[in-house]
Design a protein around this ligand. Sequence first.
Ligand code: SF4
Length: 72
Amino acid sequence: MPKYKIVHDKEGCIGCGACAANCSANWEMKGGKSSPKKKEITDKELDCNMNAAQGCPVNVIHIKDEKGKQLI
Ligand code: SF4
């Protein structure tokens, strides 16, 4: 069961590609901006997506847990 929600502020994305490099399992580049393949992820997928969020130079990737608490 997916537990975490990805919130991506696409407008603020500068298209650097870091998230796709850090977590290709869930991030891809499309039309000059990144896009998450899945917006709801499981425990197993959390680390990879946290790496993507932490590596974003403009902090436009956020992850919330099932209670809505923002992890990043
Ligand atoms: S790391 Fe951030 S700015 Fe770079 S492509 Fe991903 S979301 Fe966009």
